[in-house]
Design a protein around this ligand. Structure first.
Ligand SMILES: *Cc1c(COP(=O)(O)O)cnc(C)c1O
Length: 426
């Protein structure tokens, strides 16, 4: 499908049925696969032949959907995981081990922040967080002898900071490590980080890719660009024999294009088992088939809501949306997306926590949910939900004012969304 445009890949990528085969991707709801001889199966275990033997490692439904996502991001290989959390953990742990160090943007999803700062730290993996606004010298200074990966989010959830992917990639490569980018918010419809130098891309497919609040899932995509063998000593897991797989050297056997995903599948998925169910992969693919049609509408609604809110100066203290000309990241958003990048808008109501609470209670279309990137508009007040344990002072220090509302604009009519906001504000 590489010659086709992105819209066509959304609809038909990843699966080309043969004569008389199902038009839609079949759901192979089977844990296991049958073979005629032990020799046939042995070849699969030795990674000498490709094929399926157990769904914890690979499943045809998942592979079709992963292949579509690889095409959309412009990568050479991809895999699905049970969640976005699993995708980010696998992407990092595939090249990090006890004693390694990660450089990560400080402006990332809270779950990923905890994963890196708390849980991976317990595994002996250290981290230095850098500002998404750091310049080249500041980024350089964060690297150490044992740094193995650089990590950031294209548009951070929920801060909506926009990463300078090109600069981060340049610095990562200068230090001989890959750049891993979580591209959940813009999706490949708005930004393809590999085109700007990212080596590995991850997704919480739970968000826009699924788009209907139906299935939790994740994905990892390899650009095939990072030369593991050129940094042999830094990535022994890819460049030296894997004793748990008869001494296979992934980077030699599967090359730049296949080593990373093959290792993550045959080692991490084998041992941790965070698979996506074939049922969920099927649902995810239904979402992908309309991703290119839905994203422009999410952004149109996000832009309209942000512009409306920005004009309500008597009730609204500030509005954060990269598509607004007043936004700190507007120029970067123009460069990387040519628009606001996603449908999520955050704003601060005058009157703090109580104003936010009573405003949200009055909303009729926008539901209060711990979710974003759904077809249905939803909103959340971090101070009374995700960041509930924090005091007023701690919230201010974390850049999350008590009156802040995060609104994920869905696919409804923008006039209706604005009318809903108007009556709630009044
Ligand atoms: C939601 C989210 C995650 C975590 O994904 P889950 O599917 O909820 O595990 C990771 N990164 C970003 C940017 C997210 O928005």
């Amino acid at each position: 499908m590489s010659d086709y445009r992105l819209n066509t890949k959304c609809v038909q990528g990843g699966y080309r049925p043969g004569n008389g085969e199902p038009r839609q991707i079949p759901i192979i709801q089977s844990t296991t696969f049958k073979y005629d001889t032990s020799e046939d199966m042995g070849k699969l275990f030795d990674l000498e032949a490709s094929g399926y033997f157990y769904t914890r490692l690979q499943n045809p439904t998942n592979d079709h959907v992963a292949a579509k996502i690889a095409e959309l991001e412009g990568g050479t290989a991809a895999m699905l995981t049970s969640s976005g959390q699993a995708a980010n953990f696998y992407a990092l742990f595939n090249i990090c081990e006890c004693g390694s160090h990660i450089v990560a943007s400080s402006s990332i999803y809270g779950g990923t922040f905890n994963l890196i700062a708390v849980t991976m730290k317990k595994m002996g993996i250290d981290v230095t967080f850098v500002s998404p606004d750091a310049d080249e010298a500041e980024l350089d200074a964060a690297f150490k002898e044992n740094t193995r990966a650089m990590f950031g989010e294209t548009i951070a959830n929920p801060a909506l900071t926009v990463l300078d992917i090109e600069l981060f990639a340049k610095v990562a490569h200068k230090h001989g490590v890959p750049l891993i980018i979580d591209n959940t918010f813009p999706t490949p419809v708005n930004c393809r980080p590999i085109e700007w130098g990212a080596d590995i891309v991850t997704h919480s497919t739970t968000k826009y890719m699924d788009g209907h609040g139906a299935g939790v899932g994740g994905a990892i995509i390899d650009s095939g660009n990072f030369d593991w063998m050129a940094h042999k000593d830094r990535f022994p897991g890819l460049t030296t024999p894997d004793d748990s797989y008869h001494g296979i050297v992934y980077a030699e056997k599967f090359g730049k294009g296949g080593a990373f995903i093959t290792k993550a599948t045959s080692q991490l998925m084998r041992d941790f088992g965070s698979i996506q169910s074939p049922q969920n992969a099927f649902i995810l693919n239904l979402g992908l088939e309309s991703l290119h049609v839905r994203m422009p509408r999410h952004i149109e609604n996000g832009q309209a809501v942000a512009e409306f809110l920005e004009a309500q100066t008597d009730k609204i203290e500030s509005v954060n949306y990269p598509g607004l000309k007043s936004n700190k990241y507007h120029e970067r958003a123009e460069k990387y997306f040519g628009n606001g990048g996603c449908g999520v808008v955050s704003f601060v109501l005058k009157g703090g926590r109580s104003a936010a609470e009573s405003f949200m209670k009055k909303l009729k279309l926008a539901a209060i949910e711990t979710h974003v990137a759904d077809a249905r508009t939803c909103c959340l007040n971090p101070a009374t939900s995700t960041h509930r344990q924090m005091t007023e002072e701690q919230l201010e220090a974390a850049g999350i004012p008590a009156g802040m509302v995060r609104m994920s604009c869905g696919l409804e009519d923008k006039e209706d969304l604005i009318a809903d906001l108007k009556q709630a504000l009044n």
